[in-house]
Design a protein around this ligand. Structure first.
Ligand SMILES: Nc1ncnc2c1ncn2[C@@H]1O[C@H](COP(=O)(O)OP(=O)(O)OP(=O)(O)O)[C@@H](O)[C@H]1O
Length: 319
């Protein structure tokens, strides 16, 4: 028996029920022809961004009609696409797919998408899961929110350098930034949650504050956090002024599970207050300046196409 699937917009389906928002300047910038070709083959209306922030506008305009919006680019493009769908108030009824064509593609990796061809295979035959979305003030993020040294470094990383060096470009500019970076005097207050944790406050000087929705930062075998548990993983890296951080071993010591400098919390929401200037945060690689940042999760808010390797709880024993 056939089930007739009606799309949004005009009953009976429209050509634009699948839209691929394509960032031509992400990653090494050599993905455009492949994405146009594969996207068209798979029935997508391919719409290219023309300037920074365009992916949000394209997704917002597409969302009322499109059932499936694919983000062709890196984490920043996914971020823009999801913010666009939210602005159109269509989170409930739109599925998001990720076609990884960025530098880090960390979110794609976390949801089991291994590359461009694989992304299209997942679109056609893969599972769909509803995952948590997180917000920071009035902006949504999918993967992570980072304040401190890495956010500054990421905003200073040139696109040309990213194209040549990939993720190493971030590390390089992070180390270059360190010489001039002053740690952040902060208060981080995490709310109580269903995990039994109570409200807690941390005051001090931090080098980084890292909040993961789908991303986890330290001391684990994977960079994936549980993105269906309604919780954010919070990592505060305290000022380690005495350490010379230029070597790999020092960075390992700073981030390792036993580090004396790392504070970890898990909470459904938190507030970060700067005791000095506004802080630059990176939301999935997109910048936001704020003195006070309120973060919270919205559990199981958007449907995503995920690869076979994706399992919600990354700590579950693999049989
Ligand atoms: N046509 C465009 N011209 C200039 N900038 C653009 C254009 N389209 C998108 N952008 C910007 O490109 C930036 C980088 O995109 P994205 O994060 O997807 O790639 P990436 O940084 O290479 O990958 P990743 O975040 O996975 O490391 C985003 O901030 C986005 O706003």
């Amino acid at each position: 028996m056939f089930q007739i699937m009606y799309s949004k917009g005009t009953a009976g389906g429209r050509v634009d029920d699948r839209v691929l928002v394509l960032n031509p300047v992400s990653g090494s910038q050599d993905h455009v022809d492949t994405l146009v070709e594969l996207g068209t083959e798979h029935g997508f209306d391919v719409r290219k961004t023309e300037e920074r922030g365009d992916a949000k506008r394209l997704a917002r305009d597409a969302a009322p009609d499109a059932d499936l919006i694919a983000a062709g680019g890196g984490d920043g493009t996914v971020n823009n696409v999801v913010n666009g769908i939210a602005a159109a108030n269509e989170l409930e009824t739109t599925t998001v797919a990720v076609v990884p064509a960025g530098t880090g593609n960390n979110f794609a990796t976390n949801i089991g998408i291994q590359g461009i061809e694989h992304a299209f295979a997942v679109i056609e035959a893969g599972r769909r899961r509803r995952i948590d979305l997180a917000s920071a003030n009035d902006r949504i993020f999918v993967n992570s929110c980072v304040g401190g040294i890495t956010a500054e470094a990421s905003s200073k990383t040139e696109p040309a350098s990213k194209a040549n060096l990939g993720v190493l470009a971030y590390v390089k500019s992070m180390l270059a930034t360190m010489g001039s970076f002053d740690s952040l005097p902060l208060r981080v207050e995490t709310a109580s949650g269903p995990n039994g944790n109570r409200t807690r406050a941390w005051d001090g000087r931090a080098m980084f504050v890292l909040i993961g929705n789908c991303r986890r930062f330290t001391g684990a075998r994977t960079t994936q956090a549980n993105v269906e548990d309604g919780l954010l993983e919070v990592t505060i890296v305290e000022d380690a002024a005495a350490m010379n951080l230029l070597g790999d071993a020092a960075l390992q010591r700073l981030f390792g599970r036993d580090s004396n400098y790392v504070v970890r919390r898990c909470a459904p929401s938190l507030v970060i207050e700067s005791n000095r200037n506004a802080i630059t945060y990176s939301l999935d690689g997109e910048m936001l300046e704020a003195h006070s940042l309120s973060l919270e999760t919205s559990p199981r808010t958007i449907q995503i196409a995920v690869g076979d390797d994706y399992q919600p709880d990354p700590d579950m024993e693999i049989a």
